[in-house]
Each structure stands twice: as C-alpha cells, then as structure tokens.
Design a binder for this molecule. Structure first.
Ligand code: ZN
Length: 250
C-alpha cells in the first residue's frame, strides 16, 4: 500500500450478539467502493472506503447485525469439528474435563468410571453412532445428576415435577410444561455445576409461579442467591455451549 492509509474514524467497536461480546475491527481500504462486513479467521471486520463518517459506519453495522450474527454462528460452527473416534482426550462434564480412554472393542460402548471415561469402539462403529451413544450416556447420567440435585429443593414445593427429561433443546435451557414435566437442555451438562443447578431451580420455581413476575424471581433468589451470575454466564457462553453440544452429540 506504499504507506498510504485512509483515515479511520475509529479502530472498531464492541458488539454484543447472541449473548457474546466481540470486537468488530474497522479497516480502511483506499480502493473500497462501499462498506463491507466480513467474518474471517481474524474475527469480524468492517471495511470502510475513504472518507466514511463514523455515523454512517455505525448505522451500517446496526442495519446488518442480523446478517453478522448468522455469519458469526456459521463461522463458529465451522471451527468446531464433529466428534469422531479417537479425536478427543477429554470430555466436558459439569465444568470439568474428564479424561477419555479409547479402546478397541467388539461393539461401541461407553463406560463411565470415577476418574475417566472408557470408550470402546468396534471396527464397524461409525462416528455418528459414537455421537448418538455419547448423547445417550450424557442424558442418562445427566438425568441422574439433576434428580439428585433436585431433592433438597422439593421440600418447599407444592408438588414434585411429574417427570424430568434431559435432551437437546434448540433455543431454551429448560422448560416446565402444563403437565409439570421439567425439560433441561443436555448442553447444561457442559456448563459449570452451579449454572446447571440454577436452570433446574428456575424450572422448579415455575411450579410455584408460572411466570417471570417479581414474585417468581424472589422464589429463585431464596434458593439460588447467585442466579444473576449464572444467568449472565449463559448469556455470555450459552451459544458456545450449544455449539459444543451439537459437535459432541450430532
Ligand atoms: Zn422461566
């Protein structure tokens, strides 16, 4: 560029998309004819033609937030490969990384031991079968874990939930339906324990208040004083947790 640099109104801006905060770098480009947004390996960037005003650039970014968010999601999904046999040395479980031992066996089997997980893969087992088996394991142990966590909270409840299900949920973290079934996202098992517990408490409190009124939040507060912190964690890292779950479980 022979040392030529078009003047830049500012270096970039912070953006908050899908609960994640990231830096959008602004780059001046002498030959650019119009503003352009791009999500690349260096993160998102905005290309500006010479003499673009700060106001016009901010308005452009504002108009294209939705598009940028979609690109950002696609980019993140591309960065994480789907789980394949032998590909990882550990697996996330409630904020910890559990070592994984890969073994050749006759059939696909996942054995959870206290210190590590053994994954036996057969000669004919496919990666998609592996991901399905892993999902089954997480659902099974996740259900048991949530049930255990639930016990102390039931004391102050008018009734217990009729069922507790752990499964992949697209956008929600949990729900309580009219039949009092609690559903929890399997991706919560990739989050720290107190965060997963908060979502459980949140859904249980809907047995008392089927809304998000101040009364409801007082019930949550009484059982989980740090709920704001956990809610913020999900806002900030939730997209990443759900993306990781899709890679692990398909
Ligand atoms: Zn709720």
């Amino acid at each position: 560029m022979f040392g030529f640099r078009a003047p830049l109104p500012r270096e970039g801006q912070w953006l908050e998309l899908d609960g994640e905060r990231f830096w959008l770098a602004w780059k001046a480009h002498a030959k650019a004819r119009r503003m352009k947004l791009l999500v690349g390996s260096n993160g998102p960037r905005l290309t500006l033609p010479p003499r673009t005003s700060e106001k016009a650039a901010l308005a452009f970014v504002d108009q294209h937030q939705e598009w940028l968010l979609n690109q950002w999601r696609k980019h993140q999904a591309l960065q994480l490969p789907e789980l394949s046999q032998g590909a990882v040395l550990s697996l996330p479980w409630l904020g910890q990384q559990i070592p994984v031992q890969w073994l050749q066996g006759r059939a696909l089997q996942i054995v959870r031991q206290p210190e590590q997980w053994q994954i036996h893969t057969g000669a004919r087992s496919s990666d998609s079968q592996l991901r399905a088996a892993l999902l089954k394991t997480y659902r099974e142990f996740g259900t048991a874990w949530f049930r255990q966590q639930m016990q102390p909270y039931l004391a102050g409840m008018p009734k217990a939930p009729s069922a507790l299900q752990v499964k992949p949920l697209k956008s929600l973290w949990g729900s309580l339906n009219v039949a009092d079934v609690v559903r929890l996202d399997v991706a919560l098992l990739l989050a720290p324990e107190p965060v997963a517990e908060y979502v459980l408490v949140h859904e249980l409190c809907h047995l008392l208040q089927r809304n998000h009124s101040p009364k409801f939040w007082r019930e949550v507060q009484a059982r989980c004083p740090d709920w704001r912190e956990h809610r913020d964690y999900l806002r900030q890292h939730g997209g990443g947790l759900k993306a990781e779950a899709r890679c692990l479980f398909g």
